[in-house]
Design a protein around this ligand. Structure first.
Ligand code: PGA
Length: 251
C-alpha cells in the first residue's frame, strides 16, 4: 500500500549512547507533534534492539541497513532475515549504492536478499540510481530499468506489493547536490510507468517511491510536493534530530 515515509539512513555513525540520544529525541519530538508520514530509522544492526524498544513505545519504525543473502549457518559476521524478524525489525535497506560500490553487491545478490526478507515478512527498501557518468551520458533511464529488471522484476505481483523503492541518484548522495524536484519527479514517474508495464496500473499506483540524495530541511518540502515522490531516504540530515524532524514535518 502506498505510504508516505521518511526514513533516516544512519550508515556507520554513532556510538551506543549517541544512538540512544538520537532515537529518544526523535521519538519525543514526533510523539508531541504527530507526523503525517511513517518514520523509520535505519540504524546500525547493533543498535536495532535499543531502537526497537523505542519503536514499541512510539511511532518510530526500525530498519536494518543490510541483510545476509544466506538463510542461516556458517557465515561468520552475517545477520539473517530471520534474526531481524525475530527482533521485530519491519524494514531493511537493500542495494544502497554504498553496498553496491564498496561491497560488490550485484543485482543478482540483491534479488536473493530481497527474497530472504520477504520470506520473513520484512519490507525491503530497495535502492536504485545512476552514477554521474551515466546521467551525463543520458543513460540514467536505461540504468534504472536494468536495476529493476534484474533486482526486483523477478517477483510476482503479490510479492512486489511489499516493496518500497528508493530512487537515489548516486551523484547526489552525501554531496550536497540534490536532484531538482523536476529531475526527481521525472525519474519517479518513469519508475512508476515501468512498474505499470511489468505488473499493472494498480500495483504502480500503490508503490511507495522515496527520493534520496542530499535531502535536507530546506529542500524536502519541494521534493515531497511532487506527485510521484512519496517521501525521502535521508542520510546526513538524519543524524541530527532537529533536521530529521523538520524533514518529517515537510509533509
Ligand atoms: P545523504 O544520503 O542524504 O547524506 O545524501 C542519502 C543516502 O545515502 O541514503
Amino acid at each position: 500500500m502506498r505510504q508516505k515515509i521518511v526514513a533516516g539512513n544512519w550508515k556507520m555513525n554513532k556510538t551506543f549512547e549517541q544512538a540512544e540520544d538520537l532515537v529518544s529525541e526523535i521519538a519525543n519530538k514526533i510523539d508531541d507533534n504527530e507526523p503525517d508520514c511513517e518514520v523509520i530509522v535505519c540504524t546500525p544492526a547493533v543498535f536495532l534492539e535499543m531502537a526497537s524498544d523505542y519503536a514499541d513505545e512510539s511511532q518510530i519504525r526500525t530498519a536494518a541497513q543490510n541483510v545476509s543473502e544466506y538463510e542461516r549457518g556458517a557465515y561468520t559476521g552475517e545477520i539473517s532475515a530471520e534474526m531481524l524478524a525475530s527482533m521485530e525489525v519491519g524494514f531493511c535497506l537493500v542495494g544502497h549504492s554504498e553496498r553496491r560500490k564498496y561491497f560488490g553487491e550485484t543485482d543478482e545478490v540483491l534479488a536473493v536478499k530481497t527474497e530472504r526478507l520477504l520470506e520473513n515478512g520484512i519490507i525491503p527498501i530497495f535502492c536504485i540510481g545512476e552514477v554521474l557518468e551515466e546521467r551525463e551520458a543520458v543513460k540514467h533511464f536505461e540504468v534504472i530499468e536494468n536495476q529493476l529488471n534484474k533486482g526486483l522484476f523477478n517477483l510476482n505481483k503479490e510479492e512486489f506489493s511489499n516493496i518500497v523503492l528508493a530512487y537515489e541518484p548516486v551523484w547526489a548522495i552525501g554531496t550536497g547536490k540534490t536532484a531538482s524536484p523536476e529531475q526527481a519527479q521525472e525519474i519517479h514517474s518513469f519508475i512508476r510507468k515501468l512498474i505499470e508495464k511489468k505488473y499493472d496500473a494498480e500495483t504502480a499506483d500503490n508503490t511507495t517511491i522515496l527520493y534520496g540524495g542530499s535531502c535536507n530541511p530546506q529542500n524536502a518540502k519541494e521534493l515531497f510536493a511532487n506527485a510521484d515522490v512519496d517521501g525521502g531516504l535521508i542520510g546526513g540530515a538524519s543524524l541530527k534530530a532537529d533536521d530529521f524532524v523538520k524533514i518529517i514535518q515537510s509533509f
